[in-house]
Design a protein around this ligand. Sequence first.
Ligand code: SF4
Length: 349
Amino acid sequence: MKIAKALLAHYDAHARRLPWRMPPGSNEAADPYRVWLSEVMLQQTTVAAVAPYFARFTDRWPTVADLAAAADEDVMAAWAGLGYYARARNLLACARAVARDHGGSFPDTEEGLRALPGVGAYTAAAVAAIAFRRRAVVVDANVERVVARLFAIAAPLPAARPEIRDATDSITPDARAGDFAQAMMDLGATICTPRNPACGICPLRENCAACATADPAAFPVKAAKKARPHRLGHAWWIERADGHVWLVRRPDKGMLGGMRALPSSEWSAPAPPAAPPLPARWSALADPVVHVFTHFSLDLMVHVARVEGDCLPPGEGEWWPLKGLEQAGLPTLFRRAADAAMKETIQDA
Ligand code: SF4
């Protein structure tokens, strides 16, 4: 337990102050709602990106019951820009399950948390350890990197994950497992960083196998990356002369599900046909909006047209005032498409 002892001593002196966190040694328990919300938001995203979203969410919905009672579209719009929108839908499903099935209190065991909708092994372990002070083995990307280095694990990711989890288990203390998890996350974020681990100031350097090698940053070993597939698609900016644009809501299932968006085609390779939703004098922007998702990259061709005041495009949608477009909660891809369209001079119908 040398590692836990050294790490916790370092954490007691240097813990990052974060809005969802209780300071080390605090007698007050962290609020499970805030811990859960922060953990869901932090997946695939940085603390700096999450902080303003966390502040807005907890101002507007201070308890899990408040969030459970929120309208879907308000939560999706508040989430806009954080990405990975399935998380926002799972967030709501989970809040509603806690309110409906658990009287508004999160279950206090890893197993109970794991049974909630959208709560995976990592989030359940993190909430159990941090909010309920249970012993749980918490492995996020930071912990994965630190542990792969501490033990100089030679197997490449992702195959090395079971080995990394066992190694993390072997150094997780029975007491203060939540602080230990947060201390590991802090170490990964501030000292044992991906490219330049600062071994000289690391509290674990005497116990670190990678530090004894010429290149600690070579761990975790990564399998050769597959090329990311590329897709193409079309989006249509339908602007009414009185300063409104036609927005639709994407189907609940699938990419950016449930979010407001411009009408668009399938995204595929080769390019899908550009079949506009209504006849108009369409002009295509010179450059596509290029967007990189986790599993593919996309060139979105944006077509713009201006229509008469009595036009009603087919299908469900709504005319949204251009002046209030920020409140529509467009996801980043469509916000960028909208920005590009608004720079274009549109020919009248
Ligand atoms: S000694 Fe270096 S490689 Fe090892 S955990 Fe610390 S910063 Fe990371």
